[in-house]
Write a protein that binds this ligand. Structure first.
Ligand code: FAD
Ligand code: NAD
Length: 438
């Protein structure tokens, strides 16, 4: 079958690109191996944030004594599991599939493999693309080569999201975004949680102050944190997981990052390096002649907003429309723990590593009026170079929302002098930006 464009993988970005190109009148085949919509709506962002919303409600209820009276909080996972099933249509993608075909796209279910320049094969069907191929096949959980691990019934994010029960105890392997978000959820629902992280700190890619804050909060909430920990072996004795012979728990969640498999996708047939970890792209998201890539597989930040941002650039380029090239100076990210850890652009260390002459502004949320009213913990850390912010971290109860203003500042290269003289509503959390700059 000959078409204009073949999109391999219909996650958030692939669906956006395939749908928009079909709406623009091109003949588009979208190939999806599992569920149209990808990881985010079924095993990622949306259900995990539903779980987090529920866990945060419990925490808020537990804050009532001393501030608003008495409360007895009795958690129940049943409404959480029910909401997750409603949100995912019980892991059925008919609505999303209809959305795509309703735009004029052709949905092909199965595993796509690039078998030649402009050619993709799914089972015994061969598709040829007149304009090109879009690679948007995302990532899968990476399982570290730990002795014994593969023989155990460990969880990845998929089983954790699908669970109908809160484990009595849980070991979380990996203190990155998935690990810390889900560790706090299950702990707040009563699980005894231990986070085991190989690096010296949680959220190792973020500011050290973010890691310190989260570790302190976790320990106060009764979550055990083991950093700099090397896991030598894992076994399951029929009842429980045993890590390194001493740490035991009913469940083990592996959240140690993601992997791609470019060889299995057949990228060499399109002239790409099949041994690379990610697909390298230019500012127009082109990977080779007639090949575009977007989303997690490009390695520019595994976020839904990144995937959709890149998809829009792909669409413009394929349709021959003008627009700015991909710009990664102001990538925002929010880890939805409580407090939320929001960040944009460079960390202090990254800026210094790039040779920037850095000025750091810092303030504590506890001295911000709203923060003091809320008895909240958190901080703002702003990284200035050459009179503009090149990075910022906003940690606090609504750290991800406060981040919005900082993302505009970094993206728009707003002079710090202008930020210092703007009016910040009182008493808001975002007014801490003024305090940090003064
Ligand atoms: C627990 C969890 C929580 C998260 N929370 C957030 C969050 O709060 N905010 C945020 O921005 N991001 C979050 N993410 C990350 C986000 O889910 C991903 O960045 C996003 O889904 C990536 O989109 P994508 O377009 O690259 O592809 P994916 O969503 O990975 O989808 C790729 C699709 O391609 C399909 N596919 C793969 N290979 C083939 C093939 N050969 N043929 C056909 N189809 C194929 C797959 O089945 C899949 O459906 C979270 C992730 C997880 C796991
Ligand atoms: N709120 C969000 O935006 C959000 C939420 C969840 C996930 N995500 C995205 O999903 C991606 C995957 O998340 P993730 O948490 O799996 O990956 P990650 O790369 O963020 O963190 C993985 C962690 O596991 C550690 N690790 C690796 N091997 C280990 C081992 N053998 N023992 C102990 N620790 C080990 C790493 O040092 C790292 O800290 C992230 O890149 C993130 O961008 C985003």
């Amino acid at each position: 079958m000959d078409v204009d464009v073949i999109v391999i993988g219909l996650g958030p970005g692939g669906e956006e690109a395939a749908g928009s190109l079909a709406e623009a009148g091109l003949a588009v085949v979208g190939i999806e191996d599992r569920l149209v919509g990808g990881e985010c709506p079924y095993w990622g962002c949306i259900p995990s944030k539903m779980m987090i919303r529920a866990a945060d409600l419990l925490a808020e209820g537990r804050r009532i004594p001393g501030m608003a009276g008495d409360a007895e909080v009795r958690p129940s996972w049943a409404p959480v599991a029910r909401r997750v099933r409603e949100a995912t249509d019980n892991w059925d993608d008919q609505v999303a599939a209809d959305r795509f075909t309703g735009k004029g796209g052709t949905l092909v279910r199965g595993k796509g493999r690039i078998t030649g320049p402009n050619e993709v094969t799914v089972g015994d069907q061969v598709f040829r693309a007149r304009r090109g191929i879009v690679i948007s096949n995302g990532t899968a959980p990476a399982i570290p080569p730990i002795d014994g691990l593969r023989d155990t019934p460990y969880w990845t994010n998929r089983e954790a999201i699908e669970t109908t029960e809160v484990p009595e105890s849980l070991i979380v392997l990996g203190g990155g975004a998935i690990g810390v978000e889900l560790a706090q959820v299950f702990s707040r629902f009563g699980s005894r949680v231990t986070v085991v992280e190989a690096l010296p700190r949680l959220l190792a890619l973020e500011e050290p102050e973010s890691s310190e804050l989260l570790q302190k909060i976790f320990e106060n909430e009764g979550i055990e944190v083991r950093t700099g920990a090397k896991v030598e072996h894992v076994r399951h004795d029929g009842d429980a997981f045993v890590v390194n012979g001493d740490l035991r728990a009913q469940r083990l969640l592996v959240a140690t990052g993601r992997r791609t498999d470019l060889k299995a996708l057949g990228v060499a047939a399109a002239g790409l390096d099949e041994n690379a970890r990610f697909v390298d792209t230019d500012g127009r998201m082109r990977a080779a002649d007639g090949v575009w890539a977007l989303g997690d597989v490009t390695g520019k930040g595994a976020f839904t907003h990144m995937s959709v941002y890149q998809a829009r650039i792909v669409v413009r380029d394929i349709l021959g429309q003008d627009g700015p090239p991909a710009d990664y100076r102001a990538v925002p990210r929010v880890t939805f723990t409580d407090p939320e850890i929001g960040a944009v652009g460079l960390t202090e260390q990254q800026a210094r590593d790039q040779g920037m002459d850095v000025r750091v502004h810092h303030t504590d949320i506890s001295v911000n009026t709203r923060g003091w009213i809320h008895k909240a913990e958190g901080f703002l850390k702003l990284i200035e170079h050459d009179g503009v912010l090149v990075g910022a971290t906003s940690a606090g109860p609504v750290g991800g929302e406060v981040l919005g203003a900082l993302a505009v500042a970094v993206h728009g290269e707003v002079p710090v002098e202008r930020l210092r003289h703007m009016i910040y509503a009182y008493p808001t959390f975002h007014r801490a930006i003024e305090a940090a700059l003064l």
